[in-house]
Design a protein. Structure first.
Length: 148
């Protein structure tokens, strides 16, 4: 009887944690840096079962991390901090070069090919509940370019 209780309790925990995991991260990557470099960009695809908003990014390898957007201003491409990124329910949002992406500032170390960089992404749903998703982002070679 006690064993059945434990199995049911464990099953409910798995079900509950799966219900909270609304956001999935696919194909994350960061390009390697040179020794004195203090910034880097992180790229990935985000998808959420329910409408949500990316509102914060943190990483222990950087003094600060921000969501940024590239946009044309006249004939010049400019990068600017974004307050967040909306993720419509069931749609993939690409964080890539030339659009939204994550910027890491004040790097505490060189990012070397083959390493993993932890990023914690914080999302807020329509119900105002926060969800933090931590992902291990692989560092790609200096010459890496993502396939489109």
């Amino acid at each position: 009887m006690f064993r059945k209780f434990l199995v049911l309790a464990a099953a409910s925990l798995v079900t509950t944690s799966a219900a909270f995991a609304q956001v999935t991260v696919a194909d994350p990557w960061i390009r390697a840096t040179v020794p004195a470099q203090k910034t880097a960009g992180a790229f990935m695809q985000l998808r959420s079962a329910k409408a949500t908003r990316l509102v914060d990014v943190q990483s222990p390898v950087a003094g600060r991390a921000e969501v940024h957007q590239m946009a044309m201003e006249g004939q010049t491409m400019r990068m600017q901090k974004a307050d967040g990124i909306d993720l419509p329910a069931g749609q993939t949002v690409n964080l890539g070069a030339g659009g939204y992406h994550v910027m890491l500032f004040d790097l505490k170390q060189q990012l070397k090919e083959g390493e993993q960089v932890p990023l914690t992404l914080t999302f807020v749903g329509a119900d105002k509940k926060r969800e933090a998703v931590t992902v291990q982002v692989p560092v790609k070679p200096l010459t890496y370019t993502a396939a489109h």
